[in-house]
Design a protein around this ligand. Structure first.
Ligand code: ADP
Ligand code: MG
Length: 275
């Protein structure tokens, strides 16, 4: 038994109960453009996975598939031991994509994933506090007073409690992104997904957002993040995936990917970030 566990760890195969997310042979196309060409990987609880790679390599599409904002052509996805099977790969891309599960199951799975977008996507007609309270109150049907207290605690944690009653347009980009992170956290998700969370920010505001993400990593939250912040990815990630042209061209610990990458494409890509 012990030997088996060691072998599993050596092979990077997590025991089933420790898996937060796993993806097997995911394909996704837009019309005739196949964007994901067989993505497989798994994250254990507490993992921080960074996805790096050139623009157009499929990073955002992959995160959107994970959150079921896009429906893959084939493959399967397991989130918290709940499996969604999109079927086997067929030669032709399917014309009509249909979710092989009920909307109820999709909703349940989505509440377990907190998504943070590049452009914040806060509701502009609501204050920060209202943005955060909306889903816990209306989707999870939680008590409003309790949710308000929780929201204020989370705002405190991301350092913008004093901006609770501001509208997004009156906040800096860094504050808006921290509000968006707070909104995702308020759903108490099992996994946080970040799609280039600092790419839309002025350089002087990047640090305050990374600091919040680092805090979440230190707390042991499971996170998957696409980013061009290579130093940050190197410091916080447990695993790095290098996407290129719809496949995971290389993956491994940050020290391997950033210091001794095997793939030529990965080396070329990283050379653009050398100061
Ligand atoms: P990345 O995030 O790595 O820059 P994306 O996942 O955004 O890459 O895009 C991968 C490819 O998918 C690109 O060729 C892009 O044009 C295409 N694509 C992404 N979203 C759509 C969409 N909604 N409709 C059609 N093509 C799309
Ligand atoms: Mg993208």
């Amino acid at each position: 038994m012990e030997l088996n566990t060691t072998t599993q760890l050596e092979q990077g195969v997590a025991p089933k109960r420790d898996l937060a997310i796993s993806v097997e042979d995911l394909y996704m196309s837009f019309g005739s453009n196949t964007v994901l060409k067989g993505i497989s990987f798994s994250a254990r609880k507490g993992d921080v996975i960074s996805i790096i790679g050139p623009s157009g390599s499929g990073k955002s599409t992959f995160l959107r598939c994970t959150n079921l904002l896009e429906i893959p052509d084939s493959g399967n996805l397991v989130i918290n031991q709940e499996k969604i099977d999109f079927g086997k790969k067929s030669e032709k891309p399917r014309k009509k994509k249909r979710l092989p599960v009920s909307q109820k199951k999709v909703d349940r799975i989505r509440t377990q994933l907190g998504m943070v977008f590049q452009h914040f996507n806060l509701w502009s007609h609501m204050t920060v506090l209202e943005n955060i309270m909306e889903a816990p109150v209306h989707v999870l049907k939680r008590n409003k007073d309790e949710v308000r207290d929780m929201a204020m605690d989370i705002l405190d944690k991301v350092g913008i409690a004093d901006r609770a009653n501001y509208y997004p347009c009156n906040l800096s980009g860094g504050q808006q992104q921290r509000a968006a992170i707070a909104r995702a956290l308020a759903m108490e998700p099992d996994v946080m997904l970040f799609d280039e969370p600092t790419s839309a920010l002025d350089p002087e505001l990047v640090g305050e957002v990374l600091q919040v993400i680092r805090k979440l990593a230190d707390e042991g939250r499971t996170m998957i993040m696409t980013t061009h912040e290579m130093d940050f990815a190197k410091q916080v990630s447990s695993q790095v995936l290098f996407f290129d042209n719809g496949i995971i061209e290389e993956q491994g610990k940050p020290d391997k990917i950033f210091v001794t990458p095997e793939s030529k494409r990965c080396r070329e890509f990283l050379s653009h970030f050398m100061g």
